[in-house]
Design a protein around this ligand. Structure first.
Ligand SMILES: Nc1nc2c(ncn2[C@@H]2O[C@H](COP(=O)(O)OP(=O)(O)OP(=O)(O)O)[C@@H](O)[C@H]2O)c(=O)[nH]1
Ligand SMILES: [Mg+2]
Length: 403
């Protein structure tokens, strides 16, 4: 790699394709490699991407008409395209995946895309929307399961955006299609803002390592606010920070200023042209900070690019951790096996810790080049201990006694 490899943004399924249709028209999008995969021919074509950058999956048995909510069909269709996905993604510096969980194609397909990215060792970020409550428990449960079991612990970073946030911001009489369209705009702008953080030219402290550390630490739900000032807008320079922040606070996927006040962490990105000054940057970031708790961790990025000459975009990703802070490990690399500890108290009355055998698979051997055998989103060619995260002790006790 020489640093010139593209950042790839890949849309999966219907919601991903709708977001992509908007994203490709935004400033800065042409610097990214844009791709889409879906089982629905019409949704794929509506992205407006060139044919070579679109993958119609499962055409043979779904006939180009989507998966009708079947996760298994989605997984099968996308897994069938594995080799094509691999060749499209190969050589990417970073992969950003956009999709809505709850339907068939993305719920089944996003984990397959993730396994290809992992195989190619491409750092990745998934921006996923979660279904509205009123879409019913089936979609919601499916989305939450895929998120928890197949994405959170495996992807480098996951930004999960509940579509329900739209309700807390938009008036009740907003037509559903208009609400989705607004959400899609925010998702598209966020995808570009986060890609810009990870591109060359970020002038502040956020980089990929900080970003993934912040999101990987604990399961989280996110919300996003985007404020924009266009180049052709009448706006005095000193009014710009105020305008960006009020636009961001009114964003439909933020859920209002209260969400910022309760955030555990925030990623703040400011995009502008070469006219972006340190004064502008400081004023905008200070204004945003007033809405965040003092103890919230902040990751800030500012990026200047010719695409944004005269214009500004502020994007705030508010992170709320949904599980408590992990306990600090007692004595690395000694790990406790909870089930063993609970079932069999140590005879000596001492602790029952065991040393962990540090196994890491080197290769899948002759299975390396074959189509993976997938079952329940698990690649059966992977050793079971790896798929199930089984901790294997090394046969010795860390403190005294034999078994
Ligand atoms: N933000 C946003 N969410 C959407 C949009 N369309 C659908 N969703 C959400 O995304 C979920 C999945 O819908 P789709 O993306 O259409 O499903 P799919 O992955 O194409 O799966 P199948 O159509 O069943 O093959 C839905 O349950 C909605 O919650 C959209 O335009 N914007
Ligand atoms: Mg679809």
């Amino acid at each position: 790699m020489n640093g010139n490899e593209p950042i790839t943004i890949l849309a999966v399924g219907g919601a991903g394709c709708r977001i992509m249709r908007i994203l490709r028209t935004l400033p800065g999008a042409e610097a990214m490699r844009l791709l889409a995969i879906d089982t629905d021919r019409a949704a794929l074509e509506a992205t407006g991407l060139p044919e070579a950058d679109r993958l119609l999956a499962g055409e043979l048995w779904r006939g180009g008409s989507g998966c009708g909510g079947s996760e298994l069909d989605g997984q099968r269709a996308v897994a069938h395209e594995r080799t094509n996905i691999e060749s499209l993604l190969r050589g990417s510096r970073f992969l950003l995946v956009l999709c809505g969980l709850g339907g068939g194609t993305a719920s089944g397909g996003a984990p397959v895309v993730l396994s290809v990215a992992a195989k190619l060792k491409i750092p990745n970020l998934f921006i996923v929307t979660l279904p509205f409550m009123l879409e019913g428990p089936r979609r919601r449960n499916l989305a939450e399961r895929v998120l928890a079991e197949n994405l959170f612990d495996v992807a480098d970073a996951v930004v999960a955006l509940p579509d329900d946030l739209l309700f807390s911001t938009l008036p009740g009489d907003t037509p559903l299609a208009a609400a989705f369209e607004m959400a899609d705009r925010e998702c598209a702008a966020t995808a570009l803002a986060l890609s810009a953080i990870l591109s060359a030219g970020n002038l502040l402290n956020a980089d990929l390592a900080n970003f993934t550390a912040l999101l990987k630490r604990r399961k989280s739900l996110c919300s996003i606010g985007v404020g924009m000032v266009r180049g052709d807008e009448e706006c005095r320079a000193e009014e710009v920070p105020e305008k960006l922040v009020s636009g961001m606070l009114a964003s439909p996927l933020l859920g209002g200023p209260r969400v910022l006040r309760e955030a555990d962490a925030a990623v703040i990105s400011l995009l502008g042209g070469s006219d972006l000054s340190i004064g502008d940057t400081r004023n905008t970031l200070e204004l945003v900070a007033k809405y965040l708790p003092a103890e919230a961790e902040q990751l800030t990025a500012a990026s200047a690019s010719p695409d944004w000459q005269g214009a500004r975009q502020l994007c705030v990703l508010a992170v709320k951790y949904s599980e408590p802070a992990p306990e600090l490990p007692a004595r690395h690399p000694v790990r406790k096996r909870p089930e063993a500890a609970a079932a069999k108290p140590a005879a000596s009355g001492g602790d029952a810790e065991q040393l962990v055998l540090n196994l890491s698979p080197v290769s899948k051997g002759i299975m390396e080049r074959t189509t993976p055998v997938m079952w329940n989103n698990e690649d059966l060619d992977e050793p079971t201990f790896k798929r199930r995260n089984v901790v294997i002790d090394d046969g010795r006790r860390s403190s005294g006694g034999t078994r």
